[in-house]
Ligand binder design. Sequence first.
Ligand code: ADP
Ligand code: MG
Length: 258
Amino acid sequence: MSAKPLLQARGLIKTFGALVATNNLNLEVHPGEIHALIGPNGAGKSTLVAQLAGELPPNSGRILFDGADVTAADIPARVAAGLVRSFQITSIFPQFSALTNVAMAVQARAGHSFRFWKAAGTDPRLVDPAMALLDQVGLGSLAGTPAGEMAYGEQRQLEIAMALATRPRLLLLDEPLAGMGREDALAIIELLRSLRGSYTILLIEHDMDAVFSLADTITVLVYGKAIATGRPDEIRANPEVQQAYLGQEAHPREVQHA
Ligand code: ADP
Ligand code: MG
């Protein structure tokens, strides 16, 4: 990819006592790509996302977002810049309808220009974009359903709609398929596929079928180090990756494109 990276981590180090969870890590996420981060349990994927999201300070190294140094920026500043982890800003209110929940997330983005939050479910300036987002994630027919009455997978779809309502420039998703049955997982995978090209996403996921069919770029993390970055076919063919990670579970050559 030729465009300037949207996100860069440079020489990032994070230790927990004697444990080096992020070990001099470099990462570049380019605009418009789905960039998957894979690696064994304990490789440091969530720790990296926490540093990118502003939840954990690195010991050293730098995080650049759209060229600006955000290493010391707090969570609200990163969210305002568009560096957003799903579920970070808004959580579902189970008693409110799906539509009102998304309308409230639209309102959170709009900030002080909408003071009367109770009107979120009726104000067309909030409801219209919220409805469009529900349609986009495939929940249009459930707009009036209280979120708490929706199925588990539907609630996860709703959370993605709420994250999109904040207009992220980079969406961080840490295991969005966790705890789901196959059918719900497939719905989320299709949703992510529909976002491909329109959003920039850093995706942590254990489901290798999902990763290899969705990602434009894959970075492999082992013991806090990025051992390889490349297109799915490059990662699949990389002997070091096979040795370090993929060989333990599904053999990479067995991973099929959807
Ligand atoms: P992954 O998400 O790849 O499974 P994590 O980032 O959760 O890995 O964890 C990386 C390593 O850091 C693991 O060894 C984990 O036990 C350790 N770790 C993560 N968070 C903490 C913490 N808050 N305190 C101490 N150790 C931690
Ligand atoms: Mg994790």
